[in-house]
Design a protein around this ligand. Structure first.
Ligand code: ATP
Ligand code: MG
Ligand code: MG
Length: 341
């Protein structure tokens, strides 16, 4: 059987490993830090992305390389790619590693994003603020997640700085946030899951609900947008596309070139969930049935939410997923539940 290499040993890598195992594949996870996927993968390498010998040994032990984490350094990717195919491809990674290139790409294929300006250094901020007005959001171009590296600016004279090259985004007045989990196979076949409604608290995704209760035409538009993105990138694998619903239509917030937290509901709602779908795509299998057969609410278990675990474990119609992380620090994603409604 083939071996799938996964860059990143967090919970997404863990759930990819489980899905791969079910299809008879073995997984080799490469993770520089703590690795909650380590105990479920068949093999784990714990080494920095600068360790060329470790990278080489990892690549040589696998048939294809995928990732659960989009911020792998370029030099490491260059070495890996010289040895084995990387799916999704390098362009998808390059585009999504930097919010500026991501927005340029999205705008370049004719999609609507928040109005934005490059704020390379602090001195670019006044002009960008003058152009976009307030409120606006300053976001670091690289490495941000769960709302980290973002500053909301509500006063045109405000000069707060993220400390790194950033983009300034005009504030989008949205009525809802949805996401499309889309998959594209090695043969170019595209399949999308039903869009989910996302609720955030303190910048972190709390719940995703399907069906999301929005008009069917809007959801079709959302799926077509997601398909346009994966086709433009000649993408192979699963992608998460976050969208704002506004009075003027759909605005793309951001894309993630990997399985996505807002797609965890597929574990309880679909015959083939996003993790299996991703493994199928990168392994060159046909995409599976992503139809939704149930109404589901996914709730993240963050920090102290773990205190509710005894109760959650005995709830009917409730699927509990835990990531095997030791320390339930505030803001840390420890697991999630999928409630069948
Ligand atoms: P993730 O964990 O999803 O990767 P992130 O740190 O990359 O999060 P974003 O998705 O860019 O952050 O923003 C987090 C949340 O902040 C969004 O889901 C949305 O609620 C709000 N937000 C971000 N950008 C804008 C905007 N331009 N206008 C209005 N709200 C915004
Ligand atoms: Mg993000
Ligand atoms: Mg986001």
């Amino acid at each position: 059987g083939s071996v799938i290499g996964i860059l990143g040993g967090g919970q997404l890598g863990r759930m990819l490993s489980v899905a791969a195992s079910r299809l008879g594949y073995r997984c080799h996870v490469y993770e520089p830090g703590a690795a909650p996927a380590g105990d479920v993968a068949h093999r784990l390498t714990t080494a920095p992305y600068e360790d060329q010998a470790a990278l080489r040994a990892f690549a040589e032990s696998v048939d294809v390389i995928t990732y659960e984490f989009e911020n792998v350094p370029t030099a490491a990717l260059d070495l890996l790619e010289s040895l084995r195919p990387i799916r999704p491809n390098r362009r998808a990674l390059a585009v999504s590693q930097d919010r500026l290139s991501e927005k340029d790409f999205l705008a370049g294929i004719g999609l609507c994003t928040a109005p934005y300006r490059n704020v390379e250094t602090e001195s670019d901020l006044p002009e960008a603020l003058a152009a976009l007005g307030v409120p606006a959001i300053l976001k670091t171009r690289r490495l941000g997640y769960d709302g980290k590296g973002q500053i909301r600016l509500s006063d045109a004279g405000q000069r707060d700085w993220t400390g790194a090259p950033s983009v300034l985004e005009g504030f989008v007045e949205f009525s809802a946030e949805i996401s499309v989990i889309v998959a594209r196979g090695a043969d170019g076949q595209v399949a999308a899951y039903d869009p989910g409604l996302n609720l955030h608290r303190e910048g972190i995704l709390r719940t995703t609900t399907v069906p999301c209760g929005l008009p069917a035409g809007l959801l079709t538009d959302a799926v077509l947008i997601a398909a346009r993105i994966v086709n433009a990138l000649d993408y192979v694998g699963v992608m998460g596309v976050e969208l704002f619903v506004t009075a003027d239509g759909l605005v793309v917030n951001e894309i993630a070139p990997r399985v996505h937290n807002s797609g965890h509901w597929t574990q309880a709602g679909c015959a083939v969930d996003q993790f299996e779908q991703h493994i199928r795509a990168v392994a060159g299998l046909p995409l599976g049935d992503g139809q939704r057969y149930a109404d589901v609410e996914m709730e993240n278990l963050i920090g102290d939410d773990m205190l509710r675990l005894p109760e959650l474990l005995t709830q009917p119609r409730c699927q509990v997923h835990l990531y095997g992380k030791g320390d339930a620090r505030p803001g840390r994603k420890m697991g999630h539940v999928n409630r069948l409604r």
